[in-house]
Design a protein around this ligand. Structure first.
Ligand code: SF4
Length: 358
């Protein structure tokens, strides 16, 4: 009987984008036998993406620490007693130097993060110059600066910002256990301003915050049922930082994390699902299972804001072992562009990655 129910769930899986997921449906996906779930996720992944391609971004903290918000997991909150070294907003030239390096290492997107509740009027001209500089280098640009009002979102869009990152963090039900200085609705409002201004949305969450399995399903329901699904969905594994209230929370079982990636892939088939914070604690085999589950984006480089990220060289070696190429930024809307993209990716695999690993 159980087998019949599961088979019919598998058969009825719709591979197109839907914004009407119910919690019960998502719980059913989480309850599938691991192999069935992975097979479904990989099947859907292949319908929408090149299964051996991963998009690579670099993330730079442009303003570190002393954040007034009270996110219980975060080393940058002024309320948490961590040993983080604070830094003022970086100068534009320094940011552009880092962007140039990121490009040379194979990143296609440069993400800039500031530990703010929201950007102040005096910060806006500086961040707008950063965006213009990064765009002039031929990179995609992404920022995460906290909450935005409509006008700020429009200014970022006008400067050419491609993506804005603003995570929902966890389920609405678990949210108050994690942060009290901004509401879930504040977050949804910022995402709405980003969309209205015309930018792409990067929004995901963190698992391992002491949430329940239902919370993880509920977070994914929130993300998938946004009026338009985020183009990029980071799924972070909590990096426990001493001095934060979540320093001693129980570890999340690795398979639960992989299941989250797979369910996110099934629910958001056209989004890049990003294997994000927490990757340095994952061995190569676990990362490979995450790619099999449909993760197709990573952060590259040694620092992920203030949490550790595997050394770039280790990533290139893992990609080599798995035969993974990195995505290039080419509009592949025509057959000719598709061919060009394929040949560039092949070249890149031969030259950039194989040489970089030496
Ligand atoms: S997660 Fe962001 S908003 Fe929250 S404390 Fe850290 S830097 Fe501030």
């Amino acid at each position: 009987m159980m087998q019949t129910v599961l088979s019919s769930t598998l058969d009825s899986l719709n591979t197109s984008v839907r914004n009407n997921w119910t919690l019960a449906e998502v719980e059913t996906l989480f309850a599938l036998p691991f192999n069935d779930l992975m097979f479904q996720a990989q099947t859907i992944h292949r319908q929408h993406f090149n299964a051996n391609e991963v998009q690579v971004s670099t993330l730079l903290s442009i303003k570190t620490g002393a954040c007034p918000e009270d996110c219980k997991y975060c080393s940058q909150s002024a309320r948490n007693k961590t040993n983080l070294e604070k830094e003022r907003l970086l100068e534009v030239e320094k940011v552009l130097e880092a962007a140039q390096k990121a490009k040379a290492m194979g990143s296609t997107r440069f993400c800039m993060g500031a530990a703010w509740r929201n950007p102040k009027a005096r910060d806006m001209p500086v961040v707008l110059d950063m965006i213009k500089g990064v765009k002039a280098l031929g990179l995609e640009s992404c920022m995460t600066l906290g909450m935005l009002d409509e006008d700020q979102a429009q200014q970022l869009q006008d400067a050419g910002l491609d993506y804005y990152n603003h995570n929902l963090d966890t389920s609405p039900e678990h949210y108050n256990q994690i942060i009290t200085t901004r509401t879930y609705q504040d977050r949804l409002d910022t995402l709405d301003h980003v969309r209205t201004a015309g930018m792409k949305v990067c929004s995901g969450g963190i698992v391992g915050l002491g949430e329940s399995a239902v919370d993880r399903a509920s977070l994914l329901v929130q993300l998938a049922n946004l009026p338009k699904q985020p183009e990029s969905v980071p799924i972070n594994m909590l990096v426990k930082v001493e001095g934060t209230p979540l320093a001693d929370v129980d570890d999340l079982e690795s398979f639960d994390f992989i299941r989250c990636i797979a369910v996110a892939r099934i629910m958001m088939p056209e989004s890049h699902v990003r294997l994000s914070a927490g990757r340095s604690a994952m061995n190569e085999q676990m990362q490979a299972l995450c790619f099999l589950a449909g993760a197709n984006s990573i952060f590259y480089g040694c620092k992920l804001l203030t949490a550790e990220n595997p050394e770039t060289d280790k990533d290139t070696q893992l990609f080599k072992k798995l035969g993974i190429n990195t995505e290039t930024i080419i509009d592949d809307s025509t057959e000719q562009d598709k061919d060009l993209k394929t040949s560039l990716v092949n070249e890149q695999h031969k030259e950039l990655f194989y040489d970089a690993a030496h």
